[in-house]
Design a protein around this ligand. Structure first.
Ligand code: ADP
Ligand code: MG
Length: 642
């Protein structure tokens, strides 16, 4: 029979210590938080052997009067809470009153402190929870805590610690987070007498980001700010080309506390969807300020996670602020040869660097070889038969449209659709098209399609378009750009329930497997919204009666099979909108002109013109950039003019 016993206090305390103090970095975190709570403007951290030998933190905060030193190291003793209600309006980083007690339980601990009003300070030593008498000592105002031989009396915990470098990494991360949340505080960090950081106080978060992550990143950030009644959101997010293989560079702060929050990270991911490659993560330094009663900070042992009263509102605020900002921001992918090559350990960056240098060489070759022939003899790049072909294709597709929006986008997208291929056989009528009288009000199509760049654009290798921009030269990936434009167009149409659908003269039966037929019928409505009308036709056969007009390039059955593939893999995308998005991506990719398609000058013009009309044409829906910019300065440098 097992016997139930009351545990002795020393065991209780060790158990409690284990919850909060997992490794040296936990000590650093608790002590730094105490210094910040004490109003320190300068905090110096000194560490030996990854914190196992020593962690010493000195601050210039308010200090502790001598008579309170024993209380400071007693468990459940704090100056930060008075009653239970205070738990729901916590304005300090600490509040549980157990950090110092826990640390002192598992180390040789010294607490030295002086309040500014007194001429001298006092100190107290604790070894494995047993404290000495208080002794006076000379010291400057503020507090110094020294923690030696951490876990010396809990050998099992000590065994779990990693190499010095790993522990140092954790400590650095803790300091980074707190220093980013409090740029006005001077922080320094030494390891084995080597200075690792010395961060002067600053009013600008950007300076601090620059100190930690370098100027390059700091220069590539976008400022965000928004207020929603009680919640203020501010800070920086990375330009899409600043993306990382994991979410570690997503710094989120709440009332001066660094937090981890899946929902907010999800909002970030949503905002960057299509701007960065799948599987890559944006960078953020975002801070939320809100009244403390709107958040419960007492839900996680180290307070890393919090619970918001209205997480949904925060999610929408973040997503909305990001989306609005991105719509107003030029996200064109800028080439930085030095930067791109410096980060070769990162596979995506390596890919970019390779691609960048390849493009640069192509561009230089082209410029050297073609300069004389262009633009005077520009026609040579475009065979005349292709040029006349577009005219006839255009007539074929340039039909009136029922929607109220009669902007150039409509016209051009109709034109561009022709680039893909002639309609599949079996297509008969375009059901949503009707004659619309105001069509004459539209400007003549030649005017509409005039390019907005100052010089005509040129296609190279049947895959890239080169155009002059205000800054320099833009190299555009024709497939990626077209795909993006079609995606935006499709998406807008789908959301408005106005996808052009083409009825088939003879509905096409498609034999499927059982699960395929089931998933199709289950998503019948969704498919109809995309313009694909499918009905059951007995057994596992379905009948396609109409398909999206934009998809003329692929046959209806082929399109259905591709859609089924995504629907069956639907587990990856739990939300309905995600699924729709995936379907839209696939369809735009299929319908877009391909790398290798030779374009006529009119097609190039039409494509480039739409660049200015679609919401985000800087990246294709998979997140690859659609355009790279070579600044004039960079070209001058390449040609050794400067
Ligand atoms: P908590 O921070 O949750 O209150 P701690 O065990 O970390 O609990 O600290 C206990 C108390 O000791 C604090 O409430 C505070 O009054 C005092 N204290 C700890 N560190 C400092 C410091 N660096 N400067 C001033 N007072 C401190
Ligand atoms: Mg504390």
């Amino acid at each position: 029979m097992p016997v139930i016993r009351q545990l002795p206090p020393s065991v209780v305390n060790k158990i409690a210590a284990g919850e909060v103090i997992e490794r040296p970095a936990s000590v650093v975190k608790e002590l730094l938080e105490n210094s910040l709570d004490a109003g320190a403007t300068r905090v110096d951290v000194s560490v030996e052997q990854g914190g196992l030998e020593l962690v010493r933190i000195t601050d210039n905060g308010c200090g502790i009067p001598p008579e309170e030193l024993p209380l400071a190291i007693a468990s459940h003793a704090t100056s930060k809470l008075v009653d239970a209600d205070d738990l729901f309006r916590v304005r300090t980083l600490g509040f549980r009153g157990e950090a110092l007690a826990s640390i002192a339980e598992v180390s040789r601990f010294t607490l030295r402190s002086r309040v500014a009003a007194q001429p001298a300070g006092a100190e107290l030593e604790v070894v494995a929870g047993k404290s000495s008498e208080i002794a006076p000592c000379g010291c400057s105002p503020g507090t110094t805590v020294e923690v030696r031989n951490l876990f010396f009396n809990t050998p099992v915990r000590r065994k779990f610690l990693r190499a010095t470098q790993t522990e140092m990494g954790h400590i650095t991360e803790i300091l980074t987070r707190l220093a980013l949340a409090h740029p006005k505080v001077h922080f320094s960090l030494r390891h084995n007498a080597r200075q690792i950081f010395d961060l002067p106080p600053t009013d600008r978060l950007l300076d601090r980001i620059g100190c930690f992550f370098g100027r390059d990143l700091a220069d590539d950030l976008i400022w965000l700010e928004s207020c929603d009644d009680e919640v203020r959101l501010s800070g920086y997010v990375g330009h899409p080309n600043q993306n990382r293989p994991n979410a570690r560079m997503q710094y989120l702060f709440l009332n001066g506390r660094s937090i981890r929050d899946r929902s907010l990270q999800h909002a970030l991911g949503e905002a960057y969807r299509g701007l960065i490659l799948t599987g890559r993560y944006p960078v953020s330094f975002l801070s939320f300020e809100m009244p403390p009663d709107l958040v419960d900070v007492n839900v996680h042992p180290t307070k890393l996670e919090v619970r918001f009263q209205d997480g949904g509102r925060l999610y929408s605020q973040l997503l909305g602020t990001l989306r609005t900002k991105f719509l107003k921001t030029d996200l064109t992918h800028k080439l930085d040869p030095a930067g791109a090559e410096s980060d070769l350990t990162d596979p995506a960056a390596a890919h970019d660097a390779e691609r960048a240098s390849q493009l640069r060489n192509e561009l230089v070759d082209w410029a050297k070889g073609q300069m004389t022939a262009w633009p005077a003899d520009r026609a040579s790049a475009f065979p005349s038969d292709a040029a006349s072909a577009v005219a006839s294709r255009q007539t074929q597709f340039d039909m009136p449209h029922p929607s109220a929006a009669k902007g150039p986008l409509e016209l051009s997208s109709v034109l561009l659709r022709s680039v893909a291929a002639p309609p599949a056989s079996g297509a008969a009528t375009t059901t949503t098209y009707e004659a619309v009288a105001e069509d004459e009000n539209r400007p003549a199509s030649t005017e509409v399609r005039r390019v907005q760049t100052s010089a005509p654009a040129l296609q190279i290798h049947n895959r890239y378009l080169i155009a002059e921009s205000d800054e320099g030269v833009m190299v555009i990936d024709q497939h990626a750009l077209h795909e993006r434009i079609l995606y935006e167009h499709f998406r807008a149409k789908t959301l408005a329930g106005a996808v052009e659908s083409q009825a088939l003269l003879v509905p096409e039966p498609v034999d499927l497997s059982g699960p395929e037929a089931a998933v199709v019928l289950e998503h019948q409505e969704l498919l109809a919204r995309l313009g694909l009308k499918v009905e059951p036709f007995g057994g596992d056969t379905v009948l396609i009666s109409a398909y999206p007009a934009m998809m003329s390039a692929s046959g209806p059955a082929e399109l259905l099979h591709s859609l089924i593939e995504i629907l069956l893999a639907g587990g990856r995308a739990p939300e309905r909108r995600d699924l729709l998005d995936e379907l839209l991506h696939m369809m735009s990719c299929k319908a877009a002109i391909k790398a290798g398609d030779r374009l006529t000058s009119e097609e190039i013009d039409a494509l480039l013109e739409q660049r200015h009309l679609a919401q985000d044409t800087h990246h294709c829906p998979h997140g690859r950039p659609t355009a790279l910019v070579f600044t004039r300065e960079e070209l001058d440098r390449q040609f050794k003019r400067i």
